[in-house]
Ligand binder design. Structure first.
Ligand code: FE2
Length: 389
């Protein structure tokens, strides 16, 4: 939803007759959000998207979470998890969740045969590594390392990796949006925003798929699931326009805001969703005060759980974490640079670290996979070790 887009062929006005070369009518679809009251697009299909041949059960593993008790900071070594499945839906392994968001790790190793549709809220995918295409009814969205992919609720998609893809998946309860502080009264990104509309990549509409058959669309909606068998290929769209469509943003396009003194996480905000805020930490210059301390100060974020996913680089303030690690700094639990990190950061001019973060404003619970890959000693990692003799 960054701005209005138009792809392919659309009629001169909405809701009027729009005919195929054979004289038949194209099927108009309103792809809307919040009922009819938020951003939407209009799509024109060769045939109606409603032709449903069958609806079957889709049995999915039950998602169970336990409270973060005793309440403490945790380090999840997700790189040690053995994920089952080769597509990013079946391999999706929940780690943390609450009513606003479920955070999972997923793999895409082979093209997915079926389509997938989450009608319970937007999905935000972060590609740690891998490349390929996400095929949607809006067109093909190419992806690569370090892309955020915003998938509006209701989008029908499937992932076609060209290289094995590891991604972090955020299933949100509502819309993933650009923070209000970056937008002017007309919705355009302001001059001070760390990105610009030109940094967003939209799907490229391909020739419509005209064949009819039996196409599988796995649908999920807040814990309710079904497999729809539809007669018309979901990608039979000849044109669309509007404000609601999937798009990609590569965090290497993020222009970090730096300062004379340490900039807190809100300076690194990328997106927000109900009950959640997302940030990206990318290579940047450190603070330029001659006595600046480049690493963060000690703090306890009493209002939110902070979840950092470490992508690459040298994570200077955090000992023991590696690529693919997640740290959960729980609301109210003090954390900060580990012993020695402040001193060793002094005089450093820049960082090459890449990490993404989500802050949630309701407590996160832990899934079985989180407990399975947890470093149980992490909460003690701020203890000063006695000097060796
Ligand atoms: Fe923090």
């Amino acid at each position: 939803m960054p701005s209005y887009l138009r792809e392919g062929s659309v009629p001169p006005k909405r809701h009027i007759q729009f005919r195929r070369p054979d004289g038949g009518l194209y099927a108009e679809e309103l792809f809307s959000t919040k009922g009819f009251e938020s951003v939407y697009s209009l799509l024109y299909h060769l045939r109606p998207p409603t032709a449903t041949l069958d609806v079957r059960p889709w049995k999915r593993p039950e998602r169970r979470f336990v409270a973060n008790e005793p309440l403490r900071n945790r380090h999840l070594k997700t790189q040690s998890l053995r994920l089952t499945g080769t597509d990013p839906v079946e391999s999706r392994t929940p780690l943390l969740g609450n009513d606003d968001v479920v955070i999972s790790i997923a793999l895409a190793e082979k093209p997915t045969e079926y389509f997938y549709r989450n009608t319970g809220g937007d999905e935000l995918l972060f590609v740690h590594r891998g490349s390929g295409v996400i095929a949607t009814q809006f067109g093909d969205l190419a992806y690569r390392d370090h892309d955020y992919l915003v998938i509006p609720t209701g989008t029908i998609y499937r992932v076609q990796p060209s290289s094995p893809t590891r991604m972090l998946v955020y299933e949100c309860a509502g819309a993933v949006t650009i923070p209000r502080k970056y937008r002017n009264d007309f919705g355009q990104l302001e001059e001070h925003a760390p990105y610009y509309e030109r940094d967003f990549r939209a799907p490229i509409l391909k020739a419509p798929v005209a064949e009819q058959g039996e196409y599988e669309v796995r649908v999920t909606n807040g814990g309710r699931n079904a497999i729809y068998i539809v007669q018309n290929h979901p990608c039979d769209v000849v044109g669309w326009d509007g404000y609601c469509y999937p798009y990609a943003f590569n965090i290497e396009e993020f222009a970090p805001i730096t300062g004379k003194l340490h900039q807190p996480p809100p300076a690194h905000a990328t997106f927000e969703a109900p009950g959640a805020a997302f940030c990206a930490f990318v290579p940047r210059l450190f603070d330029y005060h001659p006595l600046a301390i480049p690493v963060p100060y000690n703090h306890s974020s009493v209002d939110c759980d902070e979840v950092l996913y470490y992508v690459s680089g040298n994570f200077m303030s955090r000992r023991g974490v590696d690529e693919g690690s997640i740290t959960l700094h729980a609301a109210g639990a003090p954390h900060g640079p580990q012993p020695g990190a402040v001193e060793s950061s002094l005089g450093k001019k820049s960082t090459d670290e890449i990490a993404v973060m989500i802050d949630t404003f309701a407590p996160l619970q832990l899934a079985a996979a989180a407990l399975e890959c947890e470093d149980p000693e992490y909460f003690r990692s701020w203890i000063e070790q006695p000097a060796s003799v």
